[in-house]
Design a protein around this ligand. Structure first.
Ligand code: DHE
Length: 507
C-alpha cells in the first residue's frame, strides 16, 4: 500500500508547522460509535498522525505502537495535550464520550495492514546539508571525544555538551520519542538517532548541523552503525524488517525482510554492531533465531541464521564479542549463544526481565563479570562470564533500568527506576558486590541513567522529571559539581566512550 499524498505532505513539512488542529470546530454531540470515532480521527488527528494512523509529524497510533501507553493515559493526552510538544489539548473540542471513543478506535487493529515500502522510505528521505561543503574538523573548540549527546525526552530535544566544561554547544529538536542509544561513526564525527516512529537522523558533531533524515519504518526498535562507518542498519517492529542505509546520507540501500527459516515473519527486537567480528547481530522477536550479517569487504548482507533456544527480546555481548547473553522477557530467564559455533550454550538465571542492553561488565579478581538490573525485580544479577553462573543477586530499593561504570571507577552506578524509591541511585562496589553508597540526587524525583566522562572523573546523571535536571557528580568525592535544568533528560552518551566501546558503557 502506498501512502496517499496527504501523509507524504504531512511528513515533508517541518515539525513546527503542526500546531493545534481545527480548534475552531464546535464541540460535537456525544459520539462513541466506531465509524464516528474514525471520522473524528480523520478530522482532528490525521494531518499529524497520518492516514490509517501510520504516523507523520506525530507518531503512529496503532496498537503496535501504543502498547506502552495505557488507554487512560492516551485519553489524558487527547484531553489535556502533551506539555512541551505539538500535541494540543482537545478538551474544548471533543467531549469525554468522543475522547473515549477515539481512544477505543486507536487501540483497534488497522483494517489495512500497515506497510512502509521502499518507495515510502525514499520519498521521506531529506538531505539537509551537503556534507561535502562542510569543514572536516571540529568547529566548536571543545574536545570532540569528550562531547556528550543528551536526549531530552520531555520536549523531544537533543543537547550537545562540552564534556570538560559542561557548557551547551547545541540544542535542537529531535523526532518524536528517540529511543535506544544514539550510535556514532567510528571517528566520532557523526551521530545517528532513531525515533520510535521510524525516523533516522544523522547529525554532524564537528559542525553542529543536521545532515539528513529518513523514515526507515513505522515503528522502529533501534539502529546500529558498522565499525567501518559505511552502513546503518535499522531494526523495525513495523513492518518487521531490517533497513540498510548508506551511513553518509541515509539513502536506502535495501530492506531485508525478517522471516524465520520456517517462513514466519518476525519483528526485530534489537540490532547491534560487533566490531571485532565486522558484523551486525540481530535479535528476532517472533522466531527463535539470532542473525549475524557480515559487513566485511563487499558485503551481501545475507543473514547467517543461528538457532536460539527461545525468542529474543534483547542481548548483550561478552567483552570478546564471542557470546551473546540473550533474554526473552516472557521466559524470565536468558540463554548464552556462541556466535562462533552458532549454538546455544546454556541457560542463565535472570529472574526479573533485564533491560539487557543496559548490562555492563568489569573485571573482578581478574575475571570478567557481567551485571544487569532487572525491570521487574529490585535486584542486580551478577554473572561469572567464564562459568555463566550467577554470583550474586544484589538487592536494591526497587527495579532498575540502567547501569553504568567506567574502567577507573570502583563503582557501578544503577538507578531504581520504578516504585516509591525511584529517586535513589545505588553505587555498587565492583569488587565486594555490595551497595557502597545510595544517592538521592533530587528527593522525590526519578533519578535515572548515568554516563561518565571519557576520563572517568565525572558521572552525569538524569533526573527524569519535567522539572528535572542533568547533574554532574565528581565520580570520586560524589559531590554534585553542576546542575543543568532539563525536561526529562533520558540517555546521555559520551562520544569517546561510545566509539571506544569502553568498558562500563552501553554498546
Ligand atoms: Fe529502552 C535502550 C528496549 C523501554 C529508554 N531499550 C534500549 C535498547 C533496547 C531497549 C533493545 C538498546 C538499544 C540501543 O541502544 O541501540 N526499552 C526496551 C524495551 O523493550 C522496553 C522495556 C519496552 C519498550 O518500550 O520498548 C524499553 N526504554 C524503555 C523506556 O520506557 C525508557 C526508560 C524510556 C523511553 O525512552 O522509552 C527507555 N532504552 C532507553 C534508553 C536507552 C534504551 C535511554 C539507551 C541506553 C543506553 O545507555 O545506551
Amino acid at each position: 500500500m502506498q501512502l496517499i499524498p496527504a501523509l507524504l505532505l504531512a511528513a515533508a513539512l517541518p515539525a513546527a508547522t503542526f500546531v493545534a488542529l481545527d480548534l475552531a470546530i464546535p464541540r460535537a454531540a456525544a459520539a462513541t460509535q466506531p465509524a464516528d470515532s474514525q471520522a473524528l480521527y480523520e478530522q482532528h488527528c490525521q494531518s499529524c498522525h497520518g492516514v490509517n494512523r501510520l504516523g507523520g509529524a506525530g507518531p503512529a497510533l496503532l496498537p503496535e505502537s501504543l502498547s506502552r501507553i495505557k488507554p487512560a493515559e492516551a485519553q489524558a493526552v487527547i484531553r489535556d495535550g502533551r506539555p512541551a510538544s505539538q500535541m494540543a489539548a482537545y478538551s474544548h473540542v471533543l467531549n469525554e464520550a468522543q475522547i473515549t471513543g477515539l481512544v477505543d478506535y486507536l487501540y483497534q487493529p488497522s483494517a489495512v495492514p500497515p506497510t512502509w515500502s521502499d518507495a515510502d522510505i525514499r520519498a521521506s528521505h531529506r538531505i539537509l546539508k551537503d556534507v561535502a561543503t562542510l569543514p572536516t574538523t571540529p568547529q566548536h573548540g571543545a574536545d570532540p571525544l569528550n562531547l556528550f549527546v543528551v536526549v531530552e525526552a520531555g520536549n523531544h530535544h537533543v543537547r550537545v555538551l562540552d564534556g570538560d566544561r559542561f557548557e551547551e554547544l547545541a540544542n535542537f529538536q529531535s523526532h518524536f520519542a528517540l529511543h535506544g542509544g544514539p550510535k556514532f561513526s567510528p571517528d566520532g564525527r557523526f551521530v545517528y538517532f532513531a525515533s520510535r516512529d521510524g525516523w533516522v537522523s544523522v547529525y554532524d558533531l564537528h559542525n553542529l548541523s543536521m545532515i539528513a533524515e529518513v523514515r526507515a519504518g513505522l515503528n522502529t526498535r533501534n539502529l546500529a552503525v558498522s565499525n567501518d562507518g559505511r552502513w546503518v542498519l535499522v531494526g523495525n517492529y513495523l513492518p518487521g524488517n531490517l533497513v540498510l542505509l548508506d551511513a553518509r546520507d541515509l539513502s536506502l540501500v535495501k530492506h531485508i525482510p525478517t522471516v524465520g527459516q520456517n517462513g514466519t515473519p518476525s519483528r526485530v527486537s534489537a540490532v547491534y554492531t560487533a566490531p571485532p567480528r565486522d558484523s551486525f547481530v540481530v535479535a528476532l522477536k517472533d522466531v527463535k533465531e539470532a542473525w549475524e550479517l557480515s559487513y566485511a569487504g563487499e558485503p551481501t548482507f545475507e543473514p547467517r541464521r543461528i538457532e536460539a533456544a527461545d525468542f529474543l527480546d534483547d542481548f548483550s555481548f561478552t567483552p570478546d564479542y564471542r557470546h551473546l547473553l540473550a533474554t526473552s522477557r516472557k521466559a524470565h530467564g536468558g540463554q548464552v549463544i556462541d556466535l562462533d559455533t552458532g549454538k546455544a550454550v546454556t541457560d542463565i538465571p535472570l529472574p526479573g526481565m533485564p533491560h539487557l542492553g543496559s548490562g555492563i561488565y568489569w573485571k573482578r579478581d581478574g575475571k570478567w563479570v557481567f551485571a544487569t538490573p532487572n525491570v521487574s525485580k529490585g535486584l542486580i544479577s551478577v554473572l561469572d562470564l567464564e562459568t555463566w553462573k550467577l554470583i550474586k543477586e544484589i538487592p536494591t530499593e526497587g527495579p532498575g533500568f540502567f547501569m553504568r561504570s567506567q574502567a577507573n571507577s570502583p563503582y557501578a552506578w544503577t538507578d531504581v527506576f520504578f516504585g516509591p524509591n525511584n529517586d535513589a541511585v545505588h553505587l555498587i562496589d565492583k569488587q565486594t558486590l555490595e551497595v557502597a553508597h545510595t544517592l538521592r540526587p533530587m528527593p522525590g524525583k526519578n533519578a535515572a541513567h548515568v554516563e561518565f566522562t571519557n576520563d572517568g572523573r565525572y558521572a552525569l546523571l538524569s533526573v527524569w522529571d519535567t522539572d528535572g535536571a542533568l547533574l554532574v557528580y565528581d565520580a570520586k568525592t560524589l559531590e554534585e559539581v553542576k546542575r543543568i535544568p532539563m525536561n526529562k533528560p533520558s540517555g546521555k552518551y559520551n562520544v569517546g566512550n561510545k566509539i571506544e566501546f569502553a568498558e562500563g558503557t552501553s554498546h
